[in-house]
Structures are given as structure tokens and as C-alpha cells.
Design a protein around this ligand. Structure first.
Ligand code: DAT
Ligand code: MG
Length: 152
């Protein structure tokens, strides 16, 4: 399989499980080549998920994404895009538990909004999403703070 890069996010609500997710990434043969903890602004969350604008879950999705610090990681390895999507499991919590009980979402999704992790879904989105987080000099202005979180 060809070496590839992808963008992984550990989403809000996952603070206690950051280490386990990183361990699963390593065990799957993927390398974390860049990593940053940050808080997204509302504008950035809306831009990151622009393809979902207008959908009924969009507002909840944006509020979830800015509710706590997230961990952004650039992953590299053989078929990294599909390998990381396989580790994540299906988008919806119930499907993840039924179809991929060992997946990260099966283990950690609280519901269909707080669903633990994100992964790029194609080479084009991987390129866009890696550039979004790691391609802008001087990005990452925001110190991690948990004061907006409803989970702590
Ligand atoms: P994925 O995150 O698996 O790529 P997606 O791109 O279709 O899934 O959707 C992006 C996020 O939007 C998803 O992680 C959680 C939220 N979402 C998707 N479908 C949803 C739904 N039916 N109800 C609530 N949130 C949803
Ligand atoms: Mg997606």
C-alpha cells in the first residue's frame, strides 16, 4: 500500500482518552507526524465543516466542535486515510457499536454529535484539512481552556 497522509482530530469530550487514541494509532502502524492541541473559533469550525452547512445537525456540530480543546494530528502511513477511518468506525454511535464494536467511536461516542474523532474521507479532503490545521504559519493562537465545557 502507498504511503499517505491524513488529518485526524480527537474531538471535544475525549480528554480522558487522548492517550488511548494515540496508542491505537501507533498500533495500527500509522505515524503521528504533527500534533497540536487547540480550541477552534466558531468561524473556523464553520469553515472546517462547510460541506455540512444547511444540514439539520450543523449548528450542534459547530457548538460541539468549539466546546472544548481538540487534538489535531497529521498521520502518515500505508493507506492512512482508510486505515484511520477504519479505526474510527462508522459516523453514528449505534452503527459503530453494531458494525465495528472495537472501533474508537463504538467505545467512546456519546451520541451522534459527540462522536469522538474525525478523519479525512479522501485525498482531496486530507490535503485541505492538513493545510487547514498545519499549513498556516502562526495559526494555533488559542490556549487550551476548558471553561466553556459542559462536560467538566
Ligand atoms: P464523518 O465524521 O464520519 O466524516 P460526516 O462527514 O458525514 O461524518 O459528518 C460530520 C460530522 O457531523 C459527524 O462526525 C457528526 C455530525 N453528524 C453527521 N451526521 C449526523 C447526524 N445524523 N446527526 C447528528 N450529527 C451528525
Ligand atoms: Mg466527514
Amino acid at each position: 500500500a502507498q504511503s499517505e497522509k491524513t488529518l485526524a482530530l480527537i474531538k471535544p469530550g475525549m480528554y480522558d482518552h487522548i492517550g488511548q487514541v494515540m496508542t491505537e494509532i501507533a498500533r495500527a502502524g500509522l505515524k503521528i507526524i504533527r500534533l497540536q492541541m487547540l480550541v477552534l473559533s466558531r468561524e473556523d469550525a464553520m469553515e472546517f465543516y462547510a460541506e455540512h452547512q444547511g444540514k439539520p445537525f450543523f449548528d450542534n456540530l459547530v457548538e460541539m466542535m468549539i466546546s472544548e480543546p481538540i487534538v489535531a494530528m497529521e498521520l502518515m502511513g500505508p493507506s492512512a486515510i482508510s486505515a484511520w477511518r477504519r479505526l474510527m468506525g462508522p459516523t453514528e454511535k449505534d452503527r459503530a457499536r453494531m458494525e465495528a464494536p472495537n472501533s474508537i467511536r463504538a467505545k467512546f461516542a456519546r451520541n451522534n454529535t459527540y462522536n469522538a474523532v474525525h478523519g479525512s474521507d479522501s485525498p482531496a479532503s486530507a490535503e485541505r484539512e492538513i493545510a487547514f490545521f498545519f499549513g498556516r504559519p502562526g495559526y494555533f493562537p488559542t490556549t487550551a481552556t476548558f471553561e466553556k465545557s459542559s462536560l467538566v
